[in-house]
Every structure is written in C-alpha cells, then in structure tokens.
Design a protein around this ligand. Sequence first.
Ligand SMILES: Nc1ncnc2c1ncn2[C@@H]1O[C@H](COP(=O)(O)OP(=O)(O)O)[C@@H](O)[C@H]1O
Ligand SMILES: [Mg+2]
Length: 396
Amino acid sequence: MKEINENLDAIANERTQFHLQEVVVVNRVEISEWRETNSFLNKGDVVYGREKDKESIIEQLVMHASECQGVSVLPIPGIGGLGKTTLAQLVFNDERVIQHFEPRIWVCVSEDFEVKRVIEAVIGPSCGGSNLQHLQTQLQDKLNGKRYLLVLDDVWNENQEKWDKLKSILSYGSKGALVITTTRLEKVASIMRTLPTHQLSGLSKEDCWSLFKQGAFQVNNETPNLVVIGKEIVKKCGGVPLAAKALGRLMHFKIEESEWLRVKESEIWNLPQDDERYIMLALRLSYHNLPSKYRQCFAYCAIFEKDSKIDKNRVIHLWIANGFILSNGTKQLEDTANQIWNELYWRSFFQEVENDDFGNVESFKMHDLVHDLAQSIMEVFGSQSGLRSLANERLT
Ligand SMILES: Nc1ncnc2c1ncn2[C@@H]1O[C@H](COP(=O)(O)OP(=O)(O)O)[C@@H](O)[C@H]1O
Ligand SMILES: [Mg+2]
C-alpha cells in the first residue's frame, strides 16, 4: 500500500509540474445504428390538429413536385417539440404518398451532416469501399430515374456548400423526386428550399387541451375545478405538443386540487425565457416532479448520443451496474428497473419505441430537448457524484 501511495503521489506531482488539469470526459456511446431512425408513429399516439398541415403538404408533393426536373425540397422549420417530426411521419405514411413515391427513405440527420454519412444512410448497408465516389455511384444506382421521397429529419447544417454537394448528387437522373427536411433553424430552411417552406404553427387551444387532457384525466376525474386550473396550465405550453403532453402526464399523478394549483403557480414559469427555453421549463418541471430514484436514471441517459436509438435492455443493465436501482428485497432488480423505464416513458421522457416480434420494447429514443435537459442535469449532478466517470468506465 505504501508503495502504491508513493507511486500515486509521484504521478500527482508530475501532473502539477506539467500544469495538467483534471477534467471529466464523458465518452459518448458510438451508436452504429445512428441512421436507423423511426419513420413510424407509435401505435396509440393520437395526433391532434395536423390534418390541414398534412393535406397542404401532400398537395404540394403530389401536384407540384412531380412537375419539376431534379429534386424539390420542402422544409418544415419550427422550434423543438412543435411536432415537425410527427407531421413528417404523417405525410411519410400516408397512402397517397406511398402510392406516389418509390422508394421512400427516412434519415435522421441530427447534428452530423457529413455528405458521406447521409449517403450511407440512404443506400443502407453498403458493400465494398466507402470512398465518396463509390458511395455516390451506389446512391445513383439506387435512385436513378426513380420518383423517390427522402425525409431528412432534424437538419442543423448551415453550410451551403455541403448541402449543394449533396443536392447535386441527389438530383442525378431524378424526376419529380422530393426531399422533406425538418429543422429548428430558419436559415437551414432557406438554404435548402426549392418549394415554399411549410410554416408550422402551434396547436390550437382546443387541440392542445385535448392532448393535455388525454394524459391528465385518466385517473383524475375531470372536475370543473381541475378543468379550470388545467386550462391555465395548458396556456403555458404555447401550443407546443411536447410541453402539453409532458405536463398532461405530469398532472396524471396529481390528485389533489392544491397540487394542480402548485404547478400552475410554480415559480419556474416566471423565469425570463425565449420560446424554446420556455418548453424546457415545462420539461424541467416534469423532471423535478419525478421521484428521486427516477431522476438519476433519467439523467444518466445523457451519455447516449443525441437522437440515437437506445437499446432498452442495455440501459436497464447500465442502471443496475451503476447502483441506481435499489433492491427492495422482493422484486428482482430488473423488474424495478423496468418499472422505472415504463414510468419515464409514460411521462414522455422517452419516445419512438420499437418492439420486437413478441411485443417487448427493444429500443427507444429521447426527444432532443429532453436530451438537452438530461445533459444539463448530468453536468451539475454528474460532476458532484462521480456519475460521469462511472458512466465513462462502464461504456468504454
Ligand atoms: N399534433 C400532435 N398531437 C399529439 N402529439 C404530438 C403532436 N405533435 C407532436 N406530438 C408529440 O410531441 C412530441 C414532440 O414531437 P416531435 O414531432 O418530435 O417534435 P419536433 O420534431 O418538432 O421536435 C412527441 O412526443 C410527439 O408524439
Ligand atoms: Mg424532430
């Protein structure tokens, strides 16, 4: 022990001599299936108030786009949580669209807009080399002469050159092909568009209420008093479905009127925020209302790559390995962890679930704003508890 201590002291001294600083590095998990994104709506999820948006987009696609040579691009810009991905899914799965376009390809681009990676995602598992020239040929083989539909979901790239390059590759030999792109940045929409952008507004008061109500009143009775308070809470969502859904599900667990009032009057709403930050407040409020044993499990999920598909079993085992799941004597740790997962899913922290052939949840995703929330918590809480280094250790 003495010797080891001396060695450690020597190393520590060297660190000071070289002016090295201690930092915590979170090793992101390398998700090879980053491109396997979800074009399906979860069964049972009702989509409110997007019929008009859907019709107007489909009309543009089918009527106008098919007259154009090359590829047309229709952007859907809007703040996080507004329902861009959901709307694109509605369009993507509409029967008329299925009839009109072939193939239909869905790519979740997220922050990594490398032309090569996008092409790889479009062509699927590639055989042979991966130099750009080769990939380009494969892409053109796949799309040449086809009236395809490509959804590029969640694009952040503001670099015109990169986009022009991809576009020229995508345009090759195509007639009436279409790209729909969703983005949080107006600038991205203006760089990419060839068709008018589809301006997506927030849900109407009624639709927002329906969405909130769907979560809030399954256990609670819809008493006049709770309805009045609920409507005040819904106003704070600004028509953003992500916020309405999360708050509705939060209220689901609150039976007493006083608890509803407390949420309505929460100080959190008084913080000065822009639109997007405001939605974060709704999510943060939902987080603060989680039982403490759930919080750590949720924050831990920040270690996964944004927008990636997360394997549910892996998460559950990582929670257990990190000691977040406490045994209560009777239940298996896995069962407790599973229950926590279900609860987090129910509260909208997790979404886009995919099931295996037996109907068990195989993987899920986190909305990017929810991921931002987890990351912001991890930054404070993780550095205090050594959570990050633990996570780092387990995942390397
Ligand atoms: N019109 C809607 N009705 C009901 N739920 C919706 C609607 N639009 C979005 N949602 C839900 O809100 C959340 C965020 O939507 P999403 O489409 O991912 O937003 P964005 O892509 O704009 O960030 C998802 O959980 C989605 O199921
Ligand atoms: Mg999205």
